[in-house]
Write a protein that binds this ligand. Sequence first.
Ligand code: ATP
Ligand code: LTN
Length: 332
Amino acid sequence: MEKMKKRVYSGIQPTGVFTLGNFVGAVRGWPKLQEEYDCIYSVADQHAITVRQNPADLRRQSREMVALLLASGIDPQKSIVFVQSHVPAHAQLSWVLGCFCPFGDLTRMHQFKEKSAKHPEDINGGLLTYPILMAADILLYGTDYVPVGVDQKQHVELTRDIAQRFNGVYGDVFTIPDAMIPKVGAKVMSLQEPAKKMSKSDSNENAVVRVLDEPDAILRKFKRAVTDSEGSVRAAEDKPGVTNLMSIYSVCTGKTFEEIEAAFAGQGYGVFKQAVAESVIDTLRPFQQEYKRLLADKAYLDGVMADGAARAAALAARLLTKVYKKVGFLQL
Ligand code: ATP
Ligand code: LTN
């Protein structure tokens, strides 16, 4: 596939309003990539149903997720923004790729293990084959870079393995992608259990800051954040709560860990938590205003989705046809 700029692809599941973790670890970095790369950003609704969803909520959240992505600065003129289920080629390629992925590779994925433990009543086939669909997302577009939080690194590595295995048999069909992981904030931790990642689907609301939270809720959550009894603002492995707050503050203010330690030396956690909360509130304010404006314009959002799906489908069809020919599916 002839390309001018390198290709970037990423996705996010419409499983609710996204968290400060999703924002800092992934979405916030996406708009900056638009100038240098050809970017495609998808709302991964097919991935979302690996955990049971209420249909009406999923529909609403999918449109809301498009508004959240645009509010974060993604420009639909520069990038392709679309909803995964609107482009059938993803599910079609996924079937073929599944035949190039050993079962054992799927059962050792961290996300599969975590989600199976969390939903023991519904360990379905989709939860296991989730990374194959993600590989299809990425490989369909000749993707070079996949900007994600560190929790998705293993899935990108599996994508590379599948692509290499396929190319080994059929020649150079797929581009081998690399994960693009931010230096700071690649894994924002829960405010209540700092050993666990902050997750959209956490049932403890105090653990999670959502990007649409009101300022007073953000302040309250940071004030209650779990720290330690030492009382000094410094980053260390045995201080996961404080280190997490420092990462968040660093991303929101651009200050280094050294600068933060110096600025808060001799001050208690109360002052620091207040400063972290204010930096988050300031970072999110313009985003929240833009989101409200966009969500009121349903026709515009639907137009963005329709245009994005058409552009994505046109690109995807080329690669899918090539794959179908390679594996020997009869062409009519
Ligand atoms: P769920 O709780 O529904 O599984 P999630 O919060 O893990 O959702 P995803 O939609 O799976 O969110 O992820 C979207 C992007 O956000 C991915 O690139 C992922 O790596 C990133 N991400 C998710 N959680 C964090 C986090 N705590 N810190 C940094 N990045 C994160
Ligand atoms: N699996 C990802 C969401 C996702 C994705 C993708 C990310 C679906 N398809 C393609 C990057 C590229 C997640 O759970 N965060």
